[in-house]
Design a protein around this ligand. Structure first.
Ligand SMILES: [Zn+2]
Length: 368
């Protein structure tokens, strides 16, 4: 038995961003706060938004930290309070969208930000319109916002129906300016979402179909997107892959690779996608031991089985400048042990189909 629900209205296609005003009209919002990465201001997107929405744009918040912090959330919430905006538009990568989603919940529920990471189930928030400028996080269609508490070296995924954006506007043209390194770390995250979803205990036929299609598209297009940034077709395929992986993971949550990534990012500063990708193929193999269907899914993605998929994932990481081993990241045996111990405390870990012992995972990963 499974149930399926998805509340985000999606507008997808080349050039849809230039129709922002038309797309927002049915919602009857009267004032907006925009959260936007500094690079998109350099690209002139703030002017494009203001040319369409005029004086309804009350303020623009920028310079969100790559792994958004409680302070970022506080900053956005304050600007919203000052302007009493009724919609938040997030234009950027996963960090910008995650920070905006958390701030929209904080604002509507007057949540004490110092206690934000203790909250477990977010039910309501101010409407967020999410406009991704990278292909990777899928945050535009997920009920998740990952926020960091720098002081305590914590990175925590907040979840709950209230964190779904109201609408997602996915225009692949916005990703043409995405630098190669960002294309790589965000694009590889698409594959991690798809594999974590297939390896999730909560998977169902719909999430499986979305995840297989997303992984196939990403495997076929990521290296080209890395080398040919201005290739519209390849960028569109990556945007579709990211969206589908986001839709898949919105139903199941992430599993092993994400559980192990949080401490790698908060303690070692490894970018999110690269940290997840380091073990995503290994988790796929581990989970295939508990559900042989994962080998069949690997075949549908284009490989002979789970192990073959993992080999090709390593090749893709090499080809896009990403780490393949812990050693590549300067992480030794004691570091791996700590990463696994911390990972076992994350909720995502319980979401694997296989439930290996900590020591087993250490043996498996320390051979990398
Ligand atoms: Zn991710």
């Amino acid at each position: 038995m499974f149930s399926y629900q998805h509340p985000v209205r999606i507008h997808f296609g080349q050039g849809v961003f230039s129709e922002l005003e038309d797309m927002l009209r049915p919602y009857n919002f009267s004032s907006y706060v925009i959260v936007m990465s500094a690079s998109q201001i350099d690209n002139g997107l703030d002017r494009l938004v203001k040319s369409q929405l005029g004086d309804d744009v009350k303020d623009v918040v920028t310079n969100i930290t790559p792994n958004p912090t409680l302070e970022d959330v506080r900053r956005i919430a304050r600007v919203m309070e000052a302007n009493e905006a009724d919609c938040l538009i997030a234009i950027g990568g996963g960090s910008v969208m995650d920070a905006a989603k958390a701030a929209a919940a904080v604002y509507l529920e007057s949540i004490d930000i110092d206690r934000l990471l203790e909250r477990t189930d977010f039910q309501v928030s101010l409407p967020v319109v999410a406009i991704p400028t990278t292909s990777g996080s899928g945050s535009e269609v997920t009920p998740v916002s990952v926020i960091s508490d720098e002081a305590n070296s914590l990175k925590v995924p907040l979840t709950g129906e209230g964190l779904y954006p109201k609408a997602a506007i996915v225009d692949p043209e916005l990703t043409l300016t995405c630098p190669a390194a960002v294309t790589a770390v965000s694009g590889i995250d698409v594959i991690c979402h798809a594999l974590d979803c297939l390896g999730s205990a909560a998977h169902n036929p719909i999430s499986d179909a979305l995840a297989v299609s997303a992984a196939k598209l990403a495997f076929e297009n990521l290296e080209r997107a890395y080398h040919e940034p201005m290739n519209n077709g390849v960028r569109e395929n990556m945007a579709a892959a990211s969206l589908m992986a986001g839709l898949a993971v919105s139903q199941t949550g992430t599993s092993g690779s994400h559980a192990l990534s949080y401490y790698m990012t908060s303690h070692y500063g490894v970018p999110h996608g690269e940290a997840c990708a380091l073990t995503a193929g290994d988790w796929y193999i581990i989970n295939s031991g508990a559900n042989p269907k994962l080998d069949a899914h690997a075949e549908m993605i284009g490989f002979s089985d789970a192990r073959d998929l993992n080999r090709h994932l390593d090749e893709l990481k090499l080809a896009t400048g990403l780490a393949v081993t812990f050693e590549d990241l300067g992480i030794g045996h004691s570091g791996i042990e700590e990463i696994i111990e911390r990972g076992f405390a994350a909720a995502d870990m319980k979401n694997n189909i296989a439930q290996p012992e900590q020591a087993e995972v250490f043996r498996f990963l320390s051979q990398k």
